[in-house]
Design a protein around this ligand. Structure first.
Ligand SMILES: [Zn+2]
Length: 229
């Protein structure tokens, strides 16, 4: 901008010189310095330009600040998205690693096997017995939906139905913790006892595919990576 201004002044000077006689030289010099309207206009324009540039610069600073704040918001959003993704991946990893079949009680070892004759009230034993103490926590062996009921033979019962319809039965309970609703493998659903036809505290555990006839829970548990003995 300044060099353009200088050029325009020089141009005006040249024009003045060419159009004016020698006698007028002093005057011409004066007129050039004081009155040349183009020069005044150029200076005014320059000032205007300066202030516009200043405003532009201020505007630019403001823009930079806003852009920076916008970037911060984008960064925060991005971080939140990444953190959410990380949490979801972690949850999925934990879900994948979580055992889907577990022992119905902590203690290993059985006091009666499936198919055994003359166990308590049954002609043939339809489940396996865990000799656990009164009040011992009883866990859902699988994910599923729990329901509870009372039966004169089985006493207080909890039944967990898996997504595929397989039922696991938990019998002779002293009390139930979760009456109904969804459960995950390992959730404490009840406490062992001796209700119903039972001679002492233990957990009687059954497996009934599709809610039908019982199968050997020992074979079933082992086939799912759980060994109760
Ligand atoms: Zn039993």
């Amino acid at each position: 901008v300044p060099s353009a201004c200088v050029m325009s002044v020089a141009g005006i000077a040249a024009a003045s010189v060419s159009g004016i006689s020698d006698e007028d030289k002093p005057e011409k010099t004066t007129s050039l310095a004081v009155a040349d309207p183009s020069t005044v206009k150029a200076v005014a324009a320059n000032n205007k330009l300066d202030s516009q540039l200043e405003q532009l610069s201020e505007g630019s600073d403001d823009f930079r600040q806003r852009a920076s704040r916008t970037q911060e918001r984008i960064d925060l959003k991005q971080r939140q998205v990444e953190e959410k993704k990380k949490r979801e991946e972690e949850a999925a990893r934990r879900e994948a690693l979580r055992p889907k079949f577990v022992m119905p009680v902590k203690q290993h070892g059985l006091s009666a096997y499936y198919g055994q004759a003359g166990v308590n009230w049954m002609s043939v034993h339809t489940g396996i017995d865990f000799p656990v103490g009164y009040g011992s926590p009883v866990m859902a062996a699988t994910d599923g939906t729990v329901r509870t009921q009372y039966n004169s033979a089985y006493g207080n019962m909890a039944i967990v139905t898996m997504a595929d319809g397989t039922e696991t039965w938990y019998c002779h309970l002293s009390s139930t913790k979760i009456r109904s609703g969804p459960v995950k493998a390992g959730d404490v659903i009840a406490y062992a006892g001796s209700s119903g036809n039972s001679t002492g505290p233990h957990l009687h555990f059954e497996v009934r595919p599709g809610g039908g006839a019982s199968i050997d829970p020992l074979v079933w548990l082992r086939s799912h990576g759980v060994n109760p003995t």
